[in-house]
Design a protein around this ligand. Structure first.
Ligand SMILES: [Zn+2]
Ligand SMILES: [Zn+2]
Length: 348
């Protein structure tokens, strides 16, 4: 194997470059993965533009990835060269109060590949020992599409959010924001048996993409009043509203279109420099709404999502609208910034 590789190195906000860097060395209890696919996440874009609290100095970005095991440390058991894997990027400690409750995504000592360690916008990525010990490296069954496997991480974050919402058969679900995360919410809500699932969106381009997934309704809230349309569709309002757009306006709207005793998920975060929203909290009070946050996912939740995906119940492949080599990663970031297509995946 050669000693150098191509990697996307982030230096500071607005500055990152594809460079020749050494292939990571691995310790005896670590694994080296040849990256097959790494998806560009909204967080990667925000990091490129504004930096990230976890990143001081240079860092290879990329945390939504799949690949093939290229080298196995002498002390590692259960993995062999050639294993097809996806890696859970968040490494929890396994010991704190949250980890013991199965809320590993809220671990007090969590570190993340692509932020605290070099990530997978590179030909190879080193998997730290703790990730292997805690079960973050998941072997994929054979028919599992290795490119689509790069989307399992955000898909599992969506699962974490929906588990709190507990969507039941026959319910109505509105998703504000028809980007890739919104589409994943649609697919999962439908798989849970929701009777009516659709989007509220302002971008006509996003609406066109999302129509491929056959939503039961689409409301362009620039062209029509979403509150009125939801009333026509449901009478009392939606059982469940999911905010999959990082917008205070979307959060405000969610409280209006949820029915009394409805459930709302603030799934998307707001920009770090503008995290405040003005909300009519009387809607929360009088309608007795339940509002949930959601953040990431825990390694135990991948048991469910990987089984679900392996069964073919949900296919993530149609969400990938762009595949680019690492040399064109900047064009990929531009596409994500412009909201063109759905998921952009880099194939190093
Ligand atoms: Zn991500
Ligand atoms: Zn912990």
């Amino acid at each position: 194997m050669t000693k150098t590789m191509q990697a996307l190195v982030f230096y500071r906000p607005g500055e990152m470059r594809v460079e020749e860097v050494p292939v990571p060395e691995i310790g005896p209890d670590e694994i080296l993965v040849r990256v097959h696919a790494c998806s560009i996440c909204g967080t990667d874009l925000r990091t490129f533009k504004a930096g990230h609290t976890r990143i001081k100095g240079r860092r290879v970005l990329g945390h939504e990835f799949s690949g093939v095991v290229a080298r196995v440390g002498a002390a590692v058991e259960g993995f062999a060269e050639g294993d097809r894997v996806m890696v859970v990027p968040g490494i929890s400690c396994g010991m704190c109060a949250y980890c013991r409750q199965g809320l590993e995504n809220l671990c007090l000592h969590r570190t993340i590949i692509g932020f605290d360690y070099d990530g997978a916008f590179a030909e190879y990525v080193r998997i730290p020992a703790a990730a292997i010990r805690l079960g973050n490296v998941r072997k994929l069954p054979d028919p599992f599409d290795l490119t689509a496997a790069a989307l399992v991480e955000p898909f599992t974050a969506v699962y974490n959010g929906q588990r709190l919402l507990n969507i039941r058969p026959g319910e109505t679900v509105g998703i504000i924001g028809a980007g890739p995360i919104g589409v994943m919410h649609l697919l999962q809500a439908r798989a849970q048996g929701a009777a009516l699932v659709g989007f509220i969106e302002i971008s006509e381009g996003r609406i066109q993409e999302a129509r491929r997934f056959r939503p039961d309704f689409v409301i362009n809230s620039r062209q029509e009043d979403p509150v009125e349309r939801v009333r026509q569709l449901t009478g009392l309002g939606l059982d469940v509203v999911i905010v999959a757009a990082g917008s205070a306006e979307a959060q405000r709207l969610a409280l209006e279109i949820a029915r009394p005793a409805g459930r709302v998920s603030f799934f998307a975060g707001l920009p770090h420099d503008r995290p405040e929203a003005v909300l009519n909290t009387n809607l929360l009070h009088y309608k007795q709404l339940a509002v949930f946050g959601a953040n990431g996912s825990g390694p135990n939740q991948y048991d469910t999502t990987l089984r679900w995906l392996a069964s073919g119940a949900i296919d993530l492949r149609p969400l990938i609208t762009t595949e680019l080599p690492l040399a064109e990663v900047h064009a990929g970031f531009d596409r994500v910034a412009r909201g063109e297509g759905l998921k952009v995946v880099i194939r190093p």
